[in-house]
Design a binder for this molecule. Structure first.
Ligand code: IPD
Ligand code: CA
Ligand code: CA
Length: 266
């Protein structure tokens, strides 16, 4: 497989669907917003975008399978599976704020081989492929070289359905509020990861995320020279619902804080 070529084809699909999503932002009405749960919304835009992405990807690798948020296809591929969030940051999209993004990863035998994140409001496409490097539009990107925690900017997401660890989360948040330059909650995990890859954030951590939120972003961060792990330091961060992605110099320090407060203690 020529992953570089496939990545370019995926970028074209993401760009086309990004234009569709953007074109709908002014048209969306409150009747179009369905609630999948408390703080979890979906619109016809998410669903149509997913259909369009899947139609495009099926042509690139026939017989591939899909793990896609809105369940447009549940086909399982024997070798190749795409992991898709057609619109990451739906709440931002509905409220007319940035960022919101398309996230697409390809796995070959359960190993990620390419990732594309198209952040729609700034029209920024972050991508990487196996044996290649990480890019933003056509420029190579790398994680931050910052080694001083007090000069770092950290991103996270607030718990929105599993409140069982809220106190431990708030302890972690307070630590980073005091010890870093600042903490951000953008509302799009895919964009958070893309920004770590591009060196804009030194680190991102969140729990309760799903594979489509993180698969592409985790891969792009690694290709940009960053360190990605779960809250115990393992590599179960795509399906394991917890992720820390950091620039190399600060990765141990940030991991130790998140691990101490938020890792499951059995
Ligand atoms: C959400 C965003 C958000 C994160 C949530 C995700 P959605 O995705 O990535 O930043 O905090 O956990 O579910 O629902 O907008 O695709
Ligand atoms: Ca998402
Ligand atoms: Ca989504």
């Amino acid at each position: 497989m020529n992953y570089q070529k496939i990545t370019q084809e995926v970028r074209i699909i993401a760009k086309e669907v990004a234009l569709f999503i953007k074109s709908q932002q002014q048209l969306i009405k409150s009747n179009d917003i369905e609630s999948k749960g408390n703080h979890d919304f979906v619109t016809y835009v998410d669903k149509t975008a997913e259909q369009k992405i899947i139609e495009g990807l099926e042509k690139i690798i026939p017989n591939s399978g899909f793990i896609a948020e809105e369940g447009t296809s549940t086909k399982v591929g024997t070798t190749y599976n795409w992991i898709i969030d057609p619109l990451d940051g739906t709440t931002n999209f509905i409220h007319g704020i940035s960022p919101f993004a398309i996230s697409i990863a390809l796995q070959e035998n359960d190993k990620t081989v390419l990732g594309v994140i198209h952040e729609i409001s700034l029209d920024e496409c972050f991508y990487a492929w196996e044996d290649g490097k990480a890019y933003l539009n056509d420029k190579e990107i790398a994680v931050s070289k910052q080694n001083n925690l007090s000069k770092s900017l950290i991103a996270t997401g607030f718990p929105y359905y599993d409140y069982s660890k809220t106190n431990d989360f708030l302890t972690t948040l307070e630590y980073f509020m005091r010890e870093t330059s600042g903490v951000r909650r953008l509302g799009s995990a895919a964009t958070d990861l893309a920004y770590v890859a591009a060196g804009r954030f030194e680190s991102f951590f969140e729990y309760s995320l799903r594979p489509w939120d993180v698969a592409a972003g985790a891969f792009i961060v690694e290709k940009a020279g960053g360190i990605v792990c779960d809250f115990s330091g393992g590599n179960n961060y795509i399906f394991g619902k917890e992720i820390i992605a950091s620039c190399k110099p600060l990765s141990n320090q940030i991991f130790n804080v998140v691990n101490k407060n938020l890792a499951n203690k059995n």
